[in-house]
Design a protein around this ligand. Sequence first.
Ligand SMILES: [Fe+2]
Length: 434
Amino acid sequence: MGCQYFEPCEDGADTFTIAIPKMTFGRNCLHEAGIRASALGMTRVALFTDPFLKDGAYVASVSAALAQAGLDVDIFGEINIEADDLSVERGAAFIADGDFDGMVSVGGGSVMDTAKAAMVYGLYPTAEFLDYFAPPLGAGKAIPGKLLPHLACPTTSGTGSETTSLSVLRISDLNTKFVLGNPLLLPQEALIDPVCCDSLPARVVASTGFDLLCHALECYTAKAYTRWAKIEDPLKRPLIQGANPWSDLAASKALEIVGEYLDRGVNNADDHEARDQLMFGATLAGMAFGNSGTHLGHALSYGVTHLMRDVTTDGYPVASPFVPHGISVIVSAPAIFRYTAVAAPERHFEAAGYLQSDLQGATKHDSGEIIAKRIIELMKKTGVPNGLEGVGFGAEDVAALAVSTVRQVRAIANSPRETNLVDIENIYAAAMSY
Ligand SMILES: [Fe+2]
């Protein structure tokens, strides 16, 4: 079934590249941080975390493990809840002044993404922040050399940043998010310890779980890599290269995990099996999207975080306006997959099956509706905002949301269905409430 999706296309790519770090998964594996950091050659470590975790148990156990292995540690905790250029600039100054030979990050996507970018700007300062970003936004400058070895320790079950060569950053001047992607950003190792999810509030498990769901679903339904242009220079093959047989493996398993465990993991903090599985699923989905790219779910989420106002989500101790990343993605998702399914009905049908949708009597022609229904069902079971109206938007915002989103050129081009500004307006209009 999968093979047909990757049929050769004239002038299309016939090769894909996969990059992932060495990974360790298991309860209490954070205790391995010292031995593993030492084996990576670290002697003086920059430990990046956020203000909420800084004085908590996970940072304490990682610090203790590093000290026990004889490593010198300095902690940097001034990271905003959404990774942004301001956090990166502070982190870069910390790196530039610290004479470090290793990076250990302990936190969610914001912490890991800030750690990656702070090494870039701390080691290789540049006059313009956007220089290292891809055109048309940035200058597409090459990062001049290697970064520090990086041991990433995720503390939520969503982002998958521990497995990717990407850093998603809010650019404060533009008030929106863009992706810095470069193979040099890939962490060398990850320690994925599901104990970190035991005490997460339900709302955080829901948001990060929907992020994981969309990573996996967007990867699985992304444009096939064979439909992207062939790249002559192998070192210039993009990370956002489209769905491929390898990303399919990780994405399909991640979808099964979300389908089975999201409701349980959100609604019962004592359900360790569910939360452990979601942590594993997040890493799988990260391995998938880091090597295929997401598409409209993430592209449209950036319009939401760009233009949000007077809104916060329960479970996040931050000032308005704030919509957690996973919520910003999921609010448009049912409308998006109704729209994309017509271009790849079999793929969407398979994905609906992995998500444990009710397929009785259905055919691939119903796949958009089936997948939308299943996502809405999961949204209702986990109590997340019901569509764009649930995070403060109305019909009058559609045009501005769409204009903001069309800047996400590569992600939109990774959609299985060719998508223009009017299409994006129509999707937002259909995503107000379900
Ligand atoms: Fe995401």
